[in-house]
Write a protein that binds this ligand. Structure first.
Ligand code: PAF
Length: 286
């Protein structure tokens, strides 16, 4: 496995892959890898001839009061996992390498970025699209892999790729879960033992909602059901529960008549957890 820290080296290596005619997959990460990331890597390995994984904790997607410094890091362990998984190349730049002095251009999908999680975390998705666009330009992969867990992020990146004609295929990979249903996330290690025990309520609420959604319920009633289920867990502090069109993320009203996504943002102590589920009413043949 090759490790590159500069854009120059990474670009040169990617050029060689292209010259070899290899189909290149990119898995962008912020490190502290868990099974969710490793599933992205496995998919990339299965679907691409060369796999590049980037590890970069991107400061521009953290707000001023957010946990950039507290974000967990363990590069040594990450590199061991990636090497064992058969990754060809790791791109491990530092902040000065990707944001040199004078760097000011941003990439943003303004409508999709400012709704839902974007309202709770102003500027977050602008940071994500900017760094992902930079990584796409440096590596120039044929396909890039993102988890469905960050559903809004995935839809925003799809939008950006389409709008800016990147010509890169975006592969969404289903959420990996712990045995008790908690969606895997690097933030889970920050939970206290009590909050960790309480957090699987999110998955239980989504399971129930998925079953209810088959019967084409009223959207408001379904949302209330999810909120009530989560609020029954006293350690959970709901920040948002949203039900949106699964593709456009537009709000829904009345009877559920199309695939929808339920998006959760819930605090446990200091840790904001997100989870999501696409639910489909029965009789929907889209
Ligand atoms: O999902 C993440 O880990 C990050 O938002 C990403 C896509 C690597 C950009 O920093």
């Amino acid at each position: 496995m090759r490790l590159y820290r500069t854009r120059e080296e990474m670009r040169a290596a990617a050029r060689v892959f292209r010259a070899q005619g290899a189909f290149v997959g990119l898995v962008p990460t912020m490190g502290y890898l868990h099974e969710g990331h490793m599933e992205l890597v496995r998919r990339a390995r299965a679907g691409c001839e060369k796999v590049v994984v980037s590890i970069f904790v991107n400061p521009t997607q953290f707000g001023p009061n957010e946990d950039f410094d507290a974000y967990p890091r363990d590069t040594e362990r990450d590199l061991k996992l990636l090497s064992e998984a058969g990754v060809d190349t790791v791109f491990l730049p530092d902040v000065a390498e990707l944001y040199p002095p004078g760097c000011e251009t941003i990439v943003e999908a303004p409508t999709l970025s400012r709704i839902l999680m974007g309202r709770l975390r102003p500027g977050h998705f602008r940071g994500v699209t900017t760094i992902v666009a930079k990584l796409f330009n440096i590596v120039r992969p044929d396909r890039a892999y993102f988890g469905e867990k960050d559903y809004q992020q995935l839809q925003i990146i799809r939008r950006m790729v389409q709008d800016l004609d990147f010509g890169i295929e975006i592969a969404g990979v289903p959420t990996m879960r712990e045995r008790d249903g908690l969606a895997m996330s690097s933030r889970n290690v920050l939970l206290t033992p009590e909050d960790r025990a309480a957090a699987p309520v999110l998955n239980r609420a989504l399971d129930e909602a998925e079953a209810l959604a088959r019967g084409r319920p009223d959207v408001a009633a379904l949302r209330k059901q999810v909120k009530d289920r989560i609020s029954a867990e006293t350690r959970a502090e709901i920040r948002s529960v949203d039900l949106r069109d699964a593709e456009t993320l537009a709000p829904l009203r009345g009877r559920l008549d199309r695939p929808a996504v339920i998006l959760l943002a819930v605090r446990f102590g200091k840790v904001l957890l997100i989870d999501q589920r696409v639910v489909t009413p029965e009789g929907d043949h889209e």
